[in-house]
Design a protein around this ligand. Structure first.
Ligand SMILES: [Zn+2]
Length: 250
């Protein structure tokens, strides 16, 4: 079969992995995997589930040629985002980073703590999805350089413990990588897991809305390429009425 090509979303960001809740570029269970190209350095945001890591790595090489990816930043430890971290780190020669406690869950491939065992039993993931342990460097909140751009790490618990969003400000445009905190049209993903927390989700959503992003690059679904702040504001207006915003699949 012919695989779809990577999708350039902004001058700096290309979608190199995406599952059935997105563009269907790679394995159906993959989250979006974004390549952020800072010219003299490049990083990935999220790693997909691990069932199509070779395809994601090929997409990265198609974008960068011989230039390397130095780091893989994970928004959180769920298998659709982090299951491919070990494979991709090896194939790309990159370091994996995540916030504690997501870092420890990915480092030990802890299927209980990541919710993978329960999700697999529920038929969400196939039997063959078995993430491998991988060394993970704990990420620090704040700014890190990615070549010519600055990536900001924002701790944003609520969907899962150790969840973080990333933002980039470049040429007057603020881009928010929101993981599973918030999606287009202000939708959210609240799970029946021990580390899903509505109060934290409320706080995290308001903090990211205050950044007033122009571009919203979520973990699944439609990327928003302009006036993204209106989508976050939709979520906040639900919270202001003490309502939960609509779910991702609605
Ligand atoms: Zn998730």
């Amino acid at each position: 079969m012919t695989w779809p090509a990577p999708v350039r979303l902004t001058p700096r960001v290309t979608l190199v992995g995406s599952g059935s809740l997105g563009f269907g570029l790679t394995d159906a269970h993959d989250s979006h995997v974004y390549l952020l190209d800072g010219v003299t350095d490049a990083v990935l945001v999220d790693a997909g589930c691990g069932l199509a890591s070779a395809r994601i790595a090929a997409n990265v090489r198609a974008c960068l040629g011989a230039r390397p990816v130095s780091r893989i930043y994970l928004t959180h430890a769920h298998a659709d985002h982090a299951g491919g971290a070990a494979d991709l780190a090896e194939q790309l020669g990159a370091t994996v980073l995540a916030l504690a406690p997501a870092a420890a869950i990915v480092a030990t491939a802890d299927e209980e703590a990541s919710g993978l065992r329960t999700a697999r039993q529920a038929g969400v993931y196939p039997e063959g999805l078995r993430p491998a342990p991988v060394p993970v460097t704990p990420a620090d909140p704040g700014d890190v350089a990615v070549g010519k751009v600055t990536l900001e790490v924002h701790p944003t618990p609520g969907h899962a413990a150790g969840h973080c969003c990333f933002s980039v400000r470049d040429a007057g445009t603020r881009t928010l990588f929101s993981g599973d905190l918030v999606f287009s049209r202000g939708r959210v993903a609240v799970l029946a897991t021990a580390d899903s927390d509505l109060r934290e989700l409320d706080r995290s959503l308001r903090a990211m809305a205050a950044l007033a992003p122009d571009v919203l690059l979520p973990g699944h679904g439609t990327p928003v390429l302009r006036e993204a702040h209106t989508h976050l504001q939709t979520a906040v207006s639900h919270l202001d009425r003490a309502e939960l915003p609509p779910g991702l699949l609605s």
